[in-house]
Design a protein around this ligand. Structure first.
Ligand code: C5P
Length: 304
């Protein structure tokens, strides 16, 4: 199981919940169950939320505090849902206090909520009388959200199906990306994942399975670089309405020769920063100038 614990004492566990970016995200069509069939290559980032979970013996119920985002202090928070599911499945009955410190803005395509839920499951496994097996945790994660199981794998991984079928990628093209510097940038607006998928469905602009397999094969055999491999089918479903995305992407390409991309269903975008690139400050200024001082810009890196 992945290691997410950063601190531990009697009845308390602190866990971190890393962000993800989708380096490659192809959507192949809409399924009968309403979800979309996809194929994605995801990387985990050093930037993370942190979650403190306390076991309260002799008490009942789940309390959550989220100082940075008060509106996330509800039982619908995916971390609360994860805790509730864990207690129900294990048949244990004690109170839980959660303190969620969010670095990752919600509705960004960085998987923050899903990662919080997975880290909550792992923390509960530490605090409980008995653990759930890895298989049970994976199943529970997939029930909570399509991209949750990908947070149970180390390193780069490939997600298929609705996103819940996950495997690690173990070739050198993937290993080379560990430690890769990344600049995240997000306009001061969140996007709804269902809305973005629905828009893509309306346009019917899906990738063919053949094209996806060809691209994956070329990247794995290192016939194309990561920059050439970057792809996200959900961009068109967002950019048609929010034209400032294409505008800033063009500026970044023209001014710096870098290749920006949106992560997941947005609104956060990223650009891979080569080691020799010395103009990060200028790139950040360009983003703030284009999207305003209230945009969110963070320098981070891909982790194992
Ligand atoms: O699985 P999750 O609850 O995270 O998905 C949120 C929503 O995103 C789904 O209800 C669906 O509208 C959309 N989605 C999709 N196809 C996927 C994943 C998510 O249409 N593969």
């Amino acid at each position: 199981m992945v290691e997410r614990i950063s601190e531990r004492s009697a009845g308390m566990v602190k866990v971190f919940a890393p962000a993800k970016i989708n380096l490659f995200l192809a959507v192949m069509g809409k399924r009968d169950d309403g979800y979309h069939e996809l194929c994605s290559v995801l990387g985990k980032l050093s930037i993370a939320d942190s979650l403190e979970i306390r076991r309260k013996n002799g008490e009942r119920g789940i309390k959550i505090k989220c100082p940075e985002y008060k509106d996330l202090e509800t039982e619908n928070n995916l971390a609360c849902i994860a805790v509730k599911k864990w207690l129900l499945k294990r048949g244990e009955d004690w109170g839980v206090d959660l303190i969620l410190h969010k670095q990752l803005p919600p509705m960004s395509g960085l998987g923050g909520g899903s990662s919080d839920a997975v880290s909550a499951l792992l923390a509960m496994n530490e605090l409980g009388d008995e653990k759930l097996s890895r298989k049970e945790i994976i199943k529970m994660a997939a029930e909570i959200g399509s991209d949750c199981p990908s947070f149970l794998e180390n390193g780069l991984c490939m997600a298929e199906g609705r996103g819940e079928m996950v495997r690690t990628i173990n070739h050198s093209a993937a290993h080379n990306l560990i430690g890769q510097k990344v600049l995240l940038f997000r306009p001061n607006i969140g996007l709804s994942t269902p809305d973005v998928f629905q828009r893509l469905s309306q346009t019917n602009e899906f990738s063919s399975v053949e094209w996806v397999h060809t691209r994956l094969g070329m990247w794995e055999k290192q016939k194309i670089s990561i920059t050439e491999f970057l792809h996200n089918d959900l961009e068109s479903a967002v950019f048609y309405k929010h034209r400032y995305f294409s505008a800033i992407f063009e500026k970044i390409k023209k001014t710096f020769g870098l290749a920006p991309q949106m992560s997941g269903s947005g609104s956060c975008c990223f650009v891979l920063i080569p080691d020799e690139f010395e103009r990060v400050a200028a790139l950040e200024s360009l983003i703030y100038q284009a999207w305003g001082d209230d945009s969110w810009v963070k320098f981070t890196e891909i982790i194992h």
